[in-house]
Design a protein around this ligand. Structure first.
Ligand code: NZQ
Ligand code: ZN
Length: 381
């Protein structure tokens, strides 16, 4: 274990905290409020933003899609450059926050913003940003990552930069009240898989990271089992805080990380439009079964400490329990309705991974294209 850790995002958590933006954003800033398809106008979040920005100079950019596209975001980049915007406020889910991170970085770059996604441009600086989260799932509100899609080529790529950590994140669980069931369940699954990506690798004896990861996994299991009570302040608050902690960097410091499920899942979303979380539920059980030899010790630890499984075949039964957790939420664990033959669907995913150079995935680089193909054989119905 050797690491440096800093998470610079200030968190304003709790009911009524949207008003904190009045002082969290400098009053002399020129602000662009960035949001999605309009959910924030139906749950009072937009109105609270307007009230809280009464002493600020601000304008807005709407229409950021789920799985945000370069094509849309570049329009905001042009506005930021033209108008001298120097603070971005993202209001929405992971897509809006990721999109805002791209806008922030691309606005400080003279070339095509896509260069940031391919890695041919390393981000040197970015417009300052803050986030108001309305959908707990991705952790984007206080991490340094963003995922953006180029529609024209169906490429979905991620970038990481310390320059795009939000300055602050507002987490008001009341903003979740209008979330459709599908998105609440997506949040549970995405946060769950984020913890797995940083925990289900190989044992390193990192007691803090393992112990906290297990606590968060247990929270998500309890919230899933108690799903019928999701219209409850404590339920919402616990999901919002758990999903944030799952991917704010802490549990991943100093330990091996996997992320193969995410890389394969991103291609499935780009090709077939499957929600991000649902792409993970499709890939992960099959991937874990394929990689069970490498992951056996951590699967057994998770089985014992999270699910309370003992006896024989703990690793196998733990994977079964993970799959059953998704299914208990009504989340499918195989890809269906992909509009072509199974063989074509698998070829397409493998072809995209190859094109992006993602040919050795996982904590020990053991998932090459042949292994991916074997994983997809089970993951595609
Ligand atoms: O656009 P609006 O109208 O706001 O509607 C959104 C959208 O249709 C809606 N929604 C959000 N908050 C709502 C609400 N509807 C009603 N009430 C509310 N309070 O939900 C829909 C989905 O939103 P989206 O932001 O796309 O969902 P999510 O937060 O799951 O974000 C998914 C994106 O994040 C990326 C994914 O790849 C995907 O592109 N990820 C980002 C990560 C990161 N930055 O660290 C890590 C993740 O693994 C993930 O890859
Ligand atoms: Zn995710």
């Amino acid at each position: 274990m050797k690491f440096s850790f800093a998470n610079p995002t200030a968190i304003h958590f709790g009911q009524g905290q949207i008003s904190a933006i009045a002082t969290a954003i400098p009053t002399d800033a020129k602000v662009l409020v960035v949001y999605g398809g309009g959910s924030i106008k139906k749950n009072g979040v937009y109105d609270q933003v307007v009230t809280s920005l009464a002493n600020h100079q601000w304008e807005e950019f709407s229409g950021v899609e789920p799985n945000p596209t370069k094509e849309t975001l570049d329009k905001a980049v042009a506005i930021v450059k033209e108008r001298g915007i120097d603070f971005l406020l993202a209001v929405g889910g992971g897509s809006v926050i990721d999109g805002t991170k791209y806008i922030a970085a691309a606005a400080h770059y003279d070339g095509d913003g896509w260069d940031i996604m391919t890695g041919s441009h390393q981000v040197q600086s970015a417009v300052k940003l803050g986030a108001i989260l309305t959908l707990p799932a991705t952790g984007s509100e206080s991490n340094s990552g963003a995922v953006v899609t180029r529609l024209a080529t169906q490429d979905k790529l991620a970038f990481l930069s310390p320059h795009v950590y939000p300055q602050f994140a507002v987490l008001d669980p009341d903003s979740m009240k209008t979330l459709p069931e599908r998105q609440l369940k997506n949040g549970l699954v995405d946060a769950w898989v984020h913890i797995c990506e940083q925990y289900l690798t190989l044992p390193t004896g990192a007691m803090v990271q393992d112990g906290y990861a297990e606590a968060l996994l247990k929270n998500l299991l309890i919230l899933g089992a108690d799903y019928d009570n999701n219209d409850d302040d404590a339920w919402r608050a616990n999901l919002m805080w758990s999903a944030n902690q799952a991917l704010n960097g802490l549990i991943g410091t100093g330990v091996p990380q996997d992320w193969a499920t995410h890389m394969i899942g991103h291609e499935i979303t780009a090709l077939y439009g499957v929600d991000h979380a649902r792409s993970l539920a499709i890939v992960q059980p099959s991937l874990l079964r394929n990689q069970i030899d490498y992951k056996k010790a951590k699967l057994e630890q998770m089985g014992r400490n999270v699910f309370g499984i003992d006896g024989d075949d703990v690793a196998t039964r733990t994977i079964d329990a993970i799959e059953a957790f998704y299914q208990s939420l009504g989340v499918a664990t195989q890809l269906q309705d992909y509009g072509t033959t199974k063989e074509n669907a698998i070829d397409a995913v493998v072809g995209q991974l190859q094109g992006h150079g993602f040919t050795k995935l996982g904590e020990n680089q053991s998932i090459d294209l042949d292994v991916t193909r074997a994983i997809l054989e089970k993951a595609v119905a």
